[in-house]
Design a protein around this ligand. Structure first.
Ligand SMILES: Nc1nc2c(ncn2[C@@H]2O[C@H](COP(=O)(O)OP(=O)(O)OP(=O)(O)O)[C@@H](O)[C@H]2O)c(=O)[nH]1
Ligand SMILES: [Mg+2]
Length: 398
């Protein structure tokens, strides 16, 4: 699963991306610093079942720190969007197509309102950050409407001619956009279009359908970034104004500084935490100590830098993902090599166990007999929905 880090130019997308991935893509105080999409891997936290079991785990894909698994999530950082991006303004819409594979969007916005629509820096409060949210929505709608509309007349006429379902037409038009058949069906239900005659759909009707598709298939979470330059009262008011779009205050700069300092062994810090400790003040310059004191103040004001939290809220609440742990031995919770709880998988909440078996390996799905809940040792039927934290063994016919 991939999350797109999107938003206006110069708001802190790459800083957020760097903080979450510990990569070092260029960051600078002017628009269009990022010219090409950057891909990297962040992580979301889940309790490791080894704690309850009382044995240490041997993670393969998701490291375990003090009983918390860090489950990988792919991230993509794109160039800043400017108004009219879907028409090719700014860096155009080529890179919007890079977002086709994204299941959801973390929108970074300048919560301090100190960035103009074209990304040029201004004084805090000069611009209304809520406008960034409505505007991005429009850009994304236009982008999807444009994809939907490519050669639409030709394709819609041919589907009317053969009398095929309109879902097939949409499916073919939206290939690669990570929109499921169920989501297409829901979007169609929510849009008052004549299903029998797609060739007659107007531009406005296609736009409405694109808006429904976006709403249904691409959850969004707003990170009110640069919170260190504004107040909790102002961001609470902003959050209320953009509701029901959910949001979280963030300071990407503080998070990136802390993670780098942690990696360098200068501080003890866990992403998402409300505090950190300086390992040895004598190893730090006066400027470094001052910068860390400023970050301490940000943590005291906001509870955390918010960055880890924003990603997790998008993944768990927005995208309804859960973490489950497949094992091959339901008693010892090991794989075939004897490693305890080697893997942690991020899957949609309620996914059926057989679908999960397919997700691990096609063969496992094809030969599915039953699954065993390793926590209770109960057998689970093929359609049994998986819950967060499940430790599960798939039993095959042969
Ligand atoms: N005060 C403050 N500044 C920040 C924060 N996050 C990023 N910045 C600064 O904002 C500027 C832009 O950051 P980038 O990460 O390059 O922003 P971007 O959205 O990727 O920019 P483009 O790639 O040009 O669209 C840089 O000067 C960052 O140091 C933050 O949390 N607080
Ligand atoms: Mg950037």
């Amino acid at each position: 699963m991939e999350v797109g880090v999107v938003g206006k130019a110069n708001v802190g997308k790459s800083t957020t991306f760097n903080a979450l991935t510990l990569m070092d893509v260029p960051v600078a105080p002017y628009p269009f610093t990022t010219l090409k999409a950057n891909r990297g891997v962040g992580a979301v936290r889940a309790p490791c079942p080894h704690v309850g079991k009382g044995i240490p785990c041997q993670p393969g894909n998701a490291k375990c720190v003090d009983g918390t698994r860090w489950v990988p999530v792919s991230l993509i950082d794109v160039p800043g969007l400017v108004p009219g991006a879907h028409e090719g303004k700014g860096l155009g819409h080529e890179f919007l197509d890079e977002l086709r594979g994204a299941s959801g969007f973390l929108q970074v916005a300048d919560g301090a309102g100190a960035t103009a629509p074209d990304g040029v820096p201004a004084t805090p409060g000069a611009f209304d950050p809520a406008e960034e949210v409505a505007w991005l929505d429009q850009e994304l709608v236009e982008w999807i409407a444009e994809i939907l509309s490519r050669d639409f007349a030709k394709h819609s006429k041919s589907i009317e001619l053969i009398g095929g379902p309109v879902e097939d037409l949409l499916q073919a038009r939206l290939t690669g956009l990570t929109i499921s058949p169920a989501q297409i069906a829901t979007a169609l239900r929510e849009t008052p279009v004549d299903r029998g005659h797609p060739a007659r759909w107007t531009v406005e009707e296609r736009r409405q359908l694109a808006a429904a598709l976006l709403r249904v298939s691409k959850p969004r979470w707003v990170a009110w970034n640069k919170c260190d330059r504004t107040t909790p009262e102002k961001l609470t008011e902003l959050a209320e104004r953009i509701a029901p779009v959910p949001s979280t205050p963030t300071s990407a700069e503080a998070e990136f500084t802390l993670r780098r300092a942690q990696k360098a062994g200068l501080v003890r810090y866990t992403p998402g935490a409300s505090t950190f400790e300086i390992v040895d003040p004598d190893r730090l310059s006066a400027a470094q100590l001052r910068a860390l004191e400023e970050i301490r103040h940000i943590l005291a004001t906001w509870g955390s830098t918010g960055v880890q939290n924003a990603l997790e809220r998008l993944v768990f609440d927005g995208l309804h993902q859960i973490v489950v742990f497949p094992v091959e031995d339901e008693h010892r919770w090991t794989d075939s090599k004897g490693r305890v709880l080697p893997d942690a998988h991020l899957i949609p909440a309620g996914m059926a166990v057989r679908a999960f078996a397919y997700r691990i390996h096609t063969e496992l799905g094809e030969n599915f007999l039953k699954a065993i809940d390793a926590r209770t040792n109960r057998a689970l039927a093929a359609e049994h929905p998986l819950e967060a934290g499940a430790v599960v063994r798939v039993v095959t016919k042969r």
